[in-house]
Design a binder for this molecule. Sequence first.
Ligand code: PMP
Length: 459
Amino acid sequence: MRPGLRDERTPHGIHSFDVDRLRSHFDFPARGRIVTNNAASTQPPRELAALLTRLTEGYENVHRGQSVASQRMTALFEESYDIFAQWLNAPSRRTIATYRNTTEAVNAVMYSLLTDFRDGDNVVTTLVEHNSNFVPWWAMCREILPRFGRRVECRVARFDHRSGELDVDHLASLVDHRTKLVCVTGASNFLGTKPPLETIRSIASGSGYVRDDGGSGSLLLVDAAQLVPSSHVDVQRLDVDYLAFSCHKVLAPFGVGVLYAKEALLARSRPFLYGGDMIATGRVSPDRVEYNDLPWKYAAGTPNILGVIVSAHALRLLVDMVGVDRSRCWFGSSAPLPPSIVARTMELVRQHTAELAELALCEAMAVDGLTWYGPGPGLPRSPLLAFNVAGVDPFALAGALGREGVEARAGCHCATLAHRDLGLDPPASCRVSFAAYNTRDDVTRAMDAVRRMSDRLRR
Ligand code: PMP
């Protein structure tokens, strides 16, 4: 698809969307910013700031008041859980918990499961993880459980240095009948590769681990921080046990992360946080505490009410902006989002951002001395490209790009394991990453700046 292309309707519906029209919802283009750091955080559309202002007119707590304002805020807050569930095709709001971000959601799973690990169990994760899906498991195995006399091993699967693909055979060799949990990213934020979740699901399911509920198989947790923003994720089809993402990477303001978990797990597990609202009304005594119904068992303390509502409505707004169904306005309405509308919206976003990543890679290949990480041209990659240029410090390059108006990022992007495994010293790369509002022009200008700044810095 080309930027500025008007909607093209086929007998089967829209197969592209109007990027210029989508961009008109944002303030950054008018400021000349070339926003290519979207894997870190995306830009918020103007309507969300307006929604926040409107919400403050009826500002009140949820589940904690009988006023009309409190009832209305409670309804909006609860409906937001429905929207998150609809977005992931989860069975109901009972499978959703909200936290501050993906990192906190993964930690919530870790603390919920902590006491269930048996001596001799193991966790399998990978070298392509963001630190937020490795360090909690490492800390649990190395720092927390040993203090309680329990030995649990943290095993780490390799990846192919050339293609950036997870070595699924190696992962399979690490999974055994003592593997309680497999933790894997849905899309790497450095290599751009997407581990095959269906295959990993069947590896985990076939582990032979005997679960507390009498069933067999390992649990599967997916870090979907880079998957949800650029593709349609159906948690029932993937059959994942846990899946987390951050709303600040899907157009929303900072502060909200979503955890999906199978209802039976949430019903059985211990909460991560204890306190108000997560208990059944009136059911607390010195000897006994009963927990609230799902999903509120996992909503201790006053939550980020406005953040949750605005984050959920960011998803509805994305549907309107992509425009797969112009017969109605989803933003601000309370009509349930049909799975087909979500799937079509995200398929268009996936196609568009994949084209941008492919273009970035083609342009990058023409830059002298540039090494890119992850899949080669023509192969699937999530919409980002990390690279280094021989003789050029990635931090100096990102700084020079910034002065040219190109917002790239240098560092290890919290994918420290993979940078180290590739032998990068310092463990750093420069990265450009794309969202639905980026154009081909953004990409060519960004990569032209990479070429010019690399030449200048090499001199
Ligand atoms: N996982 C991946 C793959 C990510 O890209 C990120 C964000 N860079 C995270 C987890 C952590 O997200 P957050 O900082 O919102 O917790």
